[in-house]
Design a protein around this ligand. Structure first.
Ligand code: NDP
Length: 246
């Protein structure tokens, strides 16, 4: 098992890519904390992990709220004694052409995706420094690499995450804390389930492997970056998109 004795916080771990990470990490021996807003979704994943013999807890937290993040991180340490791995996966979209994008759509996406990632890292890092160990893995997107029509807010948030990842990899390496990112392409989750049929068809045509990715395929990349096998991987952005960014 790759993560025995480790404690992992996974934001947005109650569905989609985050839930696949929670299950994969638990199956490799990690204690898992699921931090998201919807507790019934979170409890469902916690119950699944416990039924498989793993250890997990759900903590309600809106990552765009600093007080809630602070509380979630300190409760994790109270429960499990430390934080070894932080997966910043919580994210939203609020698509619109720029001339119609409301200030609220802009602010909400930046607050959740970018500022939420900052809050979680800021609160977790002191515990990681104290512990002399940390693996931080952020979630970017193919939209950060190529942009996307009607996603200027989302692409800006995900490109910001790459800049934050590269900066913190340099800042925190000396504490034995690595900072990397995964940049998924189209993945079959709730986030993409409402895409118009025409866009789905076009996406499947342009993706070199001709299909959407699965949450489990994304979780495999997060797991690699969280494992000791990736100890020398710092400041990397893994593009897991079937070749879409080429
Ligand atoms: P889902 O919509 O399936 O899940 C999103 C998760 O984020 C949920 O667990 C949700 O939980 C949580 N979340 C949303 N807002 C907040 C918040 N304010 N505070 C805490 N948790 C929050 O999305 P995916 O699994 O598809 O996406 C996961 C990540 O991967 C996101 O960062 C996304 O941008 C990124 N990504 C996804 C792609 C895709 O094609 N699916 C492509 C590229 C990147 P709750 O609502 O209970 O809070």
């Amino acid at each position: 098992m790759k993560l025995t004795g480790k404690t992992a916080v996974i934001t947005g771990g109650n569905k989609g890519i985050g839930a696949a990470c929670a299950l994969a990490f638990s199956r490799e021996g990690a204690n898992v904390v699921i931090a998201a807003r919807n507790m019934s979704d979170s409890n469902r994943i916690v119950e699944q992990i416990i039924s498989e013999g793993g250890k997990a807890a759900a903590i309600a937290a809106d990552v765009s709220d600093h007080e809630q993040v602070k509380n979630m991180i300190s409760r994790t340490v109270e429960m499990f004694g430390k934080i070894d791995i932080l997966i910043n996966n919580a994210g939203i979209i609020a698509d619109s052409f720029i001339n119609k994008m409301t200030l609220e759509q802009w602010d909400k996406v930046i607050a959740t995706n970018l500022t939420g990632t900052f809050y979680c890292i800021r609160e977790a890092v002191p515990y990681m420094i104290e512990n002399g160990y940390g693996r931080i893995i952020n979630t970017s997107s193919v939209a950060a690499r190529k942009g996307a029509v009607a996603q200027s807010n989302y692409a800006a948030s995900k490109a910001g995450i790459i800049g934050m990842t590269l900066s913190l990899a340099q800042e925190l390496g000396k504490y034995n804390i690595t900072v990397n990112a995964v940049a998924p392409g189209y993945v079959a989750t709730d986030m993409t389930s409402n895409l118009p049929e025409k866009i789905m068809e076009r996406a499947n045509k342009v993706i070199p492997v001709k299909r959407f990715g699965t949450p489990e395929e994304m979780a495999a990349a997060f797991l690699y970056l969280a494992s000791d096998e990736a100890a020398y991987c710092n400041g990397a952005v893994l593009d897991i998109n079937g070749g879409l960014s080429l």
